[in-house]
Design a protein around this ligand. Structure first.
Ligand code: KIV
Length: 260
């Protein structure tokens, strides 16, 4: 079976159909996510927290990402495989090119994800011109947690909101074909989603985005400590892992998750 393509994702947006995305870190979970029809598997650097037990994503290495991407690739056949570029692996355009090439060649990813705004325009242009599809990530960008002063909602002031809208447009123009929008007010996320041609996948960004992503362990309620308030424990109400994943996909498709 061939994997979901960016053209298919763009068509889903054009038809107003929602896109489901979950993080994946190993072959067994990847298998169940694939079976449930999740369109995008994100090998997120959140693995630094939920798999490795760090208190941020900063210690994650390129080798870690390649390893987990290989596992997810082996366990899945259908979903688009997106991998995070870890902290400080894309500080310059040339470094980004080298890292992305490794993630695609060794990790077998189909797309790379980078956190940041307009400063990444040259990098996105360089990667996409060389055939590397890019997912941008705006709003709460966890690799900048210390710069942001904590895990907090972004885009609350008019200036911040304008900046986010400008960044989103600039990254699309530079060639990004997907955008993850994390922890921004839902009206701002709705505006950005409507203004872009590329699909916008939200996390803690309201129901108007073209799709939704959650950290797998949060939506199964197995992340130690407190899960983010925007997440939901789908395992609690369904009782089995495959049923929880099915329930997430169905809620995203029907537009019942997230609630207003
Ligand atoms: O690393 C990750 O899991 C992510 C999602 C939270 C979007 O970037």
């Amino acid at each position: 079976m061939s994997r979901i393509t960016l053209t298919q994702l763009r068509n889903l947006k054009a038809k107003g159909k929602k896109i489901s995305c979950l993080t994946a870190y190993d072959a067994s979970f990847a298998h169940f996510l694939d079976q449930a029809g999740v369109e995008i598997l994100l090998v997120g650097d959140s693995l630094g927290m939920v798999i490795q037990g760090h208190d941020s994503t900063l210690p994650v290495t390129v080798e870690d990402m390649i390893y987990h991407c290989q596992l997810v690739q082996r366990g899945s056949q259908r979903a688009l495989l997106v991998v995070d570029m870890p902290f400080m692996s894309y500080a310059t355009p040339n470094q980004a090119l080298e890292t992305a090439a490794r993630l695609m060649r060794e990790g077998q990813a189909q797309m790379v994800k980078l956190e940041g705004g307009a400063w990444l325009v040259d990098t996105v242009q360089l990667l996409t011109e060389r055939g590397i599809p890019v997912c941008a990530h705006l709003g709460l960008t966890p690799q900048s947690v210390h710069q942001l002063g904590g895990y907090r909602i972004q885009g609350r002031t008019e200036t911040e909101a304008e900046q986010l809208q400008d960044d989103a447009l600039a990254l699309q123009t530079a060639g990004a074909s997907l955008l993850v929008l994390e922890c921004v007010p839902s009206d701002l996320a709705a505006k950005i989603t409507a203004s872009l041609k590329i699909p916008v996948i939200g996390i803690g960004a309201g129901a108007a985005c073209d799709g939704q992503v959650l950290v797998l362990y949060d939506m199964l309620g197995i992340t130690p400590g407190k899960s983010p308030s925007f997440s939901k424990d789908f395992l609690q109400e369904t009782g089995s892992i495959p049923a929880a994943i099915d329930a997430f996909v169905s809620a995203v498709k029907k537009g019942t998750f997230p609630e207003e």
